[in-house]
Design a protein around this ligand. Structure first.
Ligand code: SAM
Length: 379
């Protein structure tokens, strides 16, 4: 039996101030990092709070009544988020995902969505504007989000068995309410919808096939995520990771699958399509995705930056240190200077955590520094 250690050091404090470089960095729509990876995707955490206590993300033992969430004054306002996003977009961001915590807990989120929906990429196109949610408030909010200009949603759902799901969210939340949220999102046109299922060996692996059957042919793309060693509070161990290859094999043995091309560079999910009777991928049956964050590194073309609730930029999900933009944002720094500061952060990026971990012998620990919680920077 592996022993679980849940350290309680607050990693949110670990950030360096973002600096305005002496040489301005122009926003040309193409900003490359230390490995020539362009900046394309920005994930914005709008709250560090969540109403679920999934043990792999916000375990109750840590995120309890004595946990100090960020005070309201620390959070970026909607105007600050929109200003920063505009500067990121000028550097080449095309896709923006709102996340958290649970983003739908942030009051009046649709106001932020409406502001972001006004932004245009350097090619003059609207952003691909999306949101990741646990679905608990989605039935209530889907229409307002759609009206505000949100394009689509990704909903997290770890199983269809009510008892298993209630145990995993650890707040006794029923599956039926999440399914209602998904149905409402689909009805108002927040699609194509993706459903993310984190697979933990021994916990919900028997939900893989029921989930695949449920979503096959619905136009909803089900994606299986390997349980990841993010943060420092979930007591992660390799024994509980079910490799994506096993997931594909289990589904394919019942519902044959064929590999599909990646939909975009930097796409985290490997796509598999359901075979029709003619032995070809049948688009009506749809597809699944697998996100092999543990067993297959995809750092090579990672084009994502993450903006925390309080204005720190993280360059990797496994980063141990952020770059604090909030002080610059609040001390009268001009757009040109802020834009240069963002440029310098991305140009200095050399993160490739998963690729380095993949080179270690099996079972070897890789802890280059204490890592930030997923609930703080978002998925
Ligand atoms: N509350 C929202 C939700 O539930 O989707 C957004 C935030 S949540 C941190 C984003 C995604 O991260 C969810 O799909 C969640 O299941 C996933 N996640 C959290 N911890 C994880 C872990 N240790 N391994 C894999 N996925 C994880």
């Amino acid at each position: 039996m592996s022993e679980r250690v849940i350290p309680l050091v607050d990693q949110r404090l670990h950030a360096v101030p973002a600096l305005v470089p002496a040489q301005p960095i122009a926003a040309t729509g193409t900003l490359l990092d230390g490995f020539a990876r362009p900046l394309r995707d920005l994930r914005i955490s709008v709250t560090d709070r969540c109403n679920f206590r999934c043990s792999y993300c916000m375990p109750k033992e840590v995120f309890n009544n004595s946990y100090s969430y960020l005070p309201h004054s620390s959070l970026l306002t909607f105007e600050e988020i929109t200003r920063l996003t505009q500067l990121f977009v000028a550097h080449g961001v095309k896709k923006v995902r709102l996340t958290g915590g649970e983003p739908l807990l942030r009051k009046n989120l649709e106001v932020l969505v409406a502001q972001l929906a006004q932004l245009r990429t350097t090619e003059g196109q609207p952003l691909d504007l999306t949101l990741t949610t646990n679905g608990s408030l989605l039935a209530r909010k889907a229409q307002a989000l759609k009206d505000a200009g949100l394009n689509r949603v990704t909903v997290s759902l770890d199983g269809l068995d009510d008892a298993i799901f209630r145990r995993m969210n650890d707040v006794d939340f029923p599956v039926a309410d999440v399914l209602d949220g998904i149905a409402k999102a689909q009805a108002v046109g927040l699609g194509p919808i993706k459903v993310n299922m984190v697979v933990k060996r021994g916990t919900n692996e028997d939900q893989i096939l029921p989930m695949a059957r449920h979503f096959q042919g619905t136009g909803i793309v089900l994606r299986f995520i390997e349980y990841m060693d993010v943060g420092a509070t979930n007591g992660w161990c390799m024994d509980e990771v079910l490799p994506s290859a096993d997931v594909v094999q289990r589904i394919s043995s019942q519902m044959p699958l064929v590999p599909l091309e990646a939909s975009a560079p930097g796409e985290t999910a490997e796509r598999w399509g359901y075979l029709g009777p003619d032995g070809q991928h049948d688009p009506a049956l749809g597809e699944i995705g697998v996100i092999s964050s543990v067993t297959q590194a995809f750092c090579g073309d990672c084009n994502r930056a993450r903006l925390s609730t309080e204005g720190k930029v993280y360059l990797c999900l496994f980063a141990s240190q952020g770059h604090d933009l909030r002080d610059l944002l609040r001390d009268g720094t001009s757009d040109a200077e802020l834009s240069s500061a963002i440029g310098a952060i991305w140009q200095g990026r050399t993160d490739r955590y998963s690729a380095l971990r993949a080179k270690l012998p099996p079972g070897a620990a890789h802890t280059p520094g204490r890592r930030i919680e997923m609930s703080y920077i978002g998925g």
